[in-house]
Write a protein that binds this ligand. Sequence first.
Ligand code: NI
Ligand code: MN
Length: 227
Amino acid sequence: MPTLTFHGHACFLVEHDGKRVILDPFLTGNPKADIESRQVPPLDAILVTHGHGDHLGDAVPLAQAHQATLIAPYELARFCVEQGAPNVHPMHIGGAHAFPFGTVKLVTAIHGGAVEGDESGRFTTHPCGYVLTMGGVRIYHTGDTALTLDMQLLAGRVDVMCVPIGDNYTMGIEDAARAVELVGPKVAIPMHYGTFPLIEADPRAFVKAVGGTAQVVVLKPGERYSA
Ligand code: NI
Ligand code: MN
């Protein structure tokens, strides 16, 4: 069974059967990160939901250091190639692919497409969420997104859902609880809150809002959950 370790903001390390995948590795400059980029254990893959700095983060340097496969929506993937990432696998929303570590599917997220560091605007992309299946456990990392009816398409198809609750740039607690209701995962893990003053949120209020819909697991940076 895979283990998810929260590293602050929207960053999760997923480990199963000796394989390691990191999602949205924003460590450098993340006031809530519990580890530095150089402390990340050997990676097989890096999944990036969109190009904002708090998600793209250390993705390219990690891809270089670990010779790991960097997976991103096509336009963002091309930017990462230009930035020197050695093994880039572009994908796009609706598409799935089986990798040696597990299966990755890109799903809808409603959010902004700018890519941090791309002054030309050539790499503006469509943000995504990921359904990552490892060891038979289906993990849905929504990325930064609004509540959207598209989430209904995942109803009954998700075991663990990582969901933003910080409001302002993404869903807040009320919408995040509705998202959990639409998807119906076994476990919901709140993310994307408390990193900066603007996205302060009380995870206990999220637990209350979700009620009996799903088990809510609140992870502090550095804490892990075995699915
Ligand atoms: Ni964003
Ligand atoms: Mn963000």
